[in-house]
Design a binder for this molecule. Structure first.
Ligand SMILES: [Zn+2]
Length: 360
């Protein structure tokens, strides 16, 4: 459709949107308004940034990751989010607006929908890693993107709009909620543990709505694979760090002539998993999208989930982390990104596998 070089436009627009995502990642978990104040500010000196400080990627590099006013370090996350979002937008742009030929209308819908979806996933990854939260707004956004794409496909008479008699995004959303909720339910019944965060269940609904049920299932599989690999790596890494910290503490104690006392395991509050009734009721709420409607009618949210949607728990920049505590959300989102960008090769691999299994 478009010449190759326009992918650079996709990159630059994506990087610019990435700047905005950084604002979202900072403000949403803190319950701050996205629109007020309009201008970005330094979290340390609250100084409003001038346009020269708002150029994606370049501003961070030229200022060497420091605030121009107060010199406080700006997290490399700002640069990484701009770069990564730019890359995803460039890749999606290239796949659908440069290479896409099937039906130009559908390709534009996919390009725009997937770009927005990739950005929402990126926000979810960052907030879940940093604050152990996937904001409801982000999950609602993913669902809305899927439904909007579906409406566009219907109006373009694209067969992808329907899965049998179901609008494909609705079926995908139900499959997404169903699978993750099912895992949470089994974990609760069999192991008496909270196996899945509610944010993950809500995000799976959005992933299903956008990627549709087949790719969504593939993305969950990829997520589990990524989680297993990185999870094991992380546990070893953390063990290594802890062992080194302990060795240092021993050394210090020996130098000061005192005895080394290993840190006692702190007694946490007794672990109380969620009740099955609550999980059932919340799951039904997610199917009915009470959490999405509740963004506009907070009373409904409060009545259904017994929780104030605006109650932002105390956000700590460095929440206490247990060595084996790994949120699944980032893997779920990463799996969706992989399944979306590599949809073609994955589909070919699946078909080759089916041919192989059926002996043809
Ligand atoms: Zn500053």
């Amino acid at each position: 459709m478009f010449p190759e070089w326009t992918s650079l436009v996709g990159f630059w627009v994506g990087a610019t949107i990435g700047s905005f995502l950084n604002v979202v990642i900072y403000r949403l978990p803190r319950g701050l308004s996205i629109g007020q104040p309009r201008n970005s500010f330094c979290p340390n000196c609250k100084n409003q940034l001038s346009w020269g400080e708002l150029i994606p990627i370049l501003s961070w590099l030229f200022q060497r990751g420091k605030c121009k006013q107060c010199g406080v370090k700006i997290s490399p996350r700002y640069l990484v989010v701009e770069l990564v979002n730019g890359l995803f937008w460039a890749v999606i742009w290239h796949q659908h607006l440069v290479l896409g030929q099937y039906n130009s209308g559908s390709e534009v819908v996919k390009a725009v929908g997937f770009m927005c979806f990739a950005s929402a996933l990126l926000v979810a990854i960052c907030t879940d890693i940093q604050y152990y939260i996937i904001p409801d707004e982000v999950n609602a956004m993913m669902l809305a993107i899927g439904l909007a794409m579906n409406v566009a496909f219907v109006s373009l008479h694209d067969p992808v709009a329907w899965a049998g008699r179901w609008p494909s995004s609705v079926l995908g959303a139900l499959v997404g909620v169903g699978v993750l909720w099912g895992i949470a339910f089994l974990g609760l019944v069999i192991f008496r543990k909270d196996a899945m965060g509610h944010g993950d269940i809500k995000m799976a609904r959005g992933i299903g709505a956008v990627l549709l049920w087949q790719s969504a299932l593939a993305s969950f599989g990829i997520a589990v694979g990524l989680g297993a690999v990185f999870g094991i790596l992380m546990i070893f890494l953390r063990k290594g760090i802890e062992a080194r910290a302990e060795a240092k503490a021993r050394e210090l104690a020996a130098a000061s002539g005192g005895d080394y006392k290993p840190q006692e395991e702190e007694d946490d509050e007794p672990y109380e998993p969620e009740s099955i009734g609550s999980l059932l009721f919340c799951g039904l709420g997610y199917v009915l999208c009470i959490d999405v409607i509740g963004l506009f009618i907070p009373r409904l949210y409060e009545w259904w989930f017994k929780e104030n949607p605006r109650s932002t728990e105390e956000i700590e920049d460095q929440p206490e982390v247990e060595p084996t505590m790994i949120p699944f959300g980032p893997y779920l989102a990463a799996g969706a990104l992989v399944a979306m960008v590599f949809a073609g090769p994955l589909d070919q691999a699946m078909q080759a596998y089916i041919r192989y299994m059926s002996g043809k």
